[in-house]
Write a protein that binds this ligand. Structure first.
Ligand code: PAF
Length: 290
């Protein structure tokens, strides 16, 4: 596995790979890798000649009172895991390399970024789209892989790629869960044992919502209320939002008539966890760029 830390070297390497006819699969991450990341990397490994993984804790997607400083980091273990799943190139730039003094450009996707997590975390998605646009331009992947736990992020990035004609195929892959149903997330490491037990209410609430929908309940408010009750029963839970929105446009849905995203963000102690399910359409894999 080659480790590259400069933009110039990464770009040169990707140019060469492309010239030689290699298909590049890319998994951008902020490190502290878990099975969710590894499943993306395995898929990318399978579908491409070369797998590039990036590790960069992107400061611009954290708000001033968020957890940038304390975000979990374990570069040594990350590097072992990257090697294990067959990463060919690990791109791990510094913040100075990615954002040299004088950087002036921000990539902003309108509409999709003002709701759900975008409403609670102003500026977050501008940070995400700016860094992902930069990473795409440096790594020049054919295919890029994202987890659908961050469903809104996936929609925002797919829209950016479509609107800016970036020519990258954006692939969304299903959320990976622990055996007890907790969605894998680097931020799970913030949970105490008791908070972790409480956080299982998220998965429980999502399954309950799916059952209601299967039983014919199409009224968003009824489903949302039941989900809210289930989460609120859990000790330590502090709800940020629970919403049902159109799965493509992320606009509010009153009566479910097509694929609709039930998404939520809930604090357990200092961990802000997100989780979701798409009602109205079972998807095991999403690859839409629009
Ligand atoms: O999902 C993440 O880990 C980050 O938001 C990403 C896509 C790597 C951009 O920093």
């Amino acid at each position: 596995m080659k480790i590259i830390t400069t933009i110039e070297q990464m770009r040169e390497h990707s140019d060469r790979l492309r010239d030689e006819g290699n298909r590049i699969g890319f998994v951008p991450t902020m490190g502290f890798l878990h099975e969710g990341h590894l499943s993306l990397m395995r898929k990318a490994r399978e579908e491409n000649h070369t797998l590039v993984t990036s590790i960069f804790v992107n400061p611009t997607q954290f708000g001033p009172n968020e957890d940038f400083k304390s975000y979990p980091r374990d570069p040594e273990n990350d590097s072992v895991l990257c090697r294990k799943v067959g990463t060919d190139v690990l791109f791990a730039p510094s913040a100075e390399e990615m954002y040299p003094e004088g950087s002036k450009t921000i990539v902003h996707v309108s509409g999709l970024t003002g709701v759900l997590c975008g409403a609670s975390r102003p500026g977050h998605f501008d940070g995400v789209t700016t860094v992902v646009a930069k990473l795409f331009s440096i790594v020049q992947p054919h295919n890029a892989y994202f987890g659908l736990k961050d469903y809104q992020q996936y929609r925002v990035i797919a829209t950016m790629v479509r609107d800016l004609n970036m020519g990258v195929n954006v692939v969304g892959l299903p959320t990976v869960r622990e055996d007890d149903g907790l969605a894998m997330s680097s931020r799970n490491s913030y949970l105490s044992e008791e908070e972790r037990r409480s956080a299982l209410s998220l998965n429980r609430a999502l399954r309950l919502a799916e059952d209601m929908f299967e039983d014919g309940v199409l009224d968003s408010a009824a489903i949302r209320d039941r989900v809210r009750e289930t989460v609120e029963e859990a000790p330590h839970a502090r709800i940020d939002y629970i919403e049902i929105v159109d799965a493509v446009e992320l606009t509010p849905v009153e009566t479910i008539s097509g694929p609709s995203l039930l998404a939520m963000a809930v604090y357990f102690g200092k961990a802000r966890l997100i989780d979701n399910t798409v009602l109205g359409k079972r998807r095991s894999r999403a690859g839409m760029n629009s």
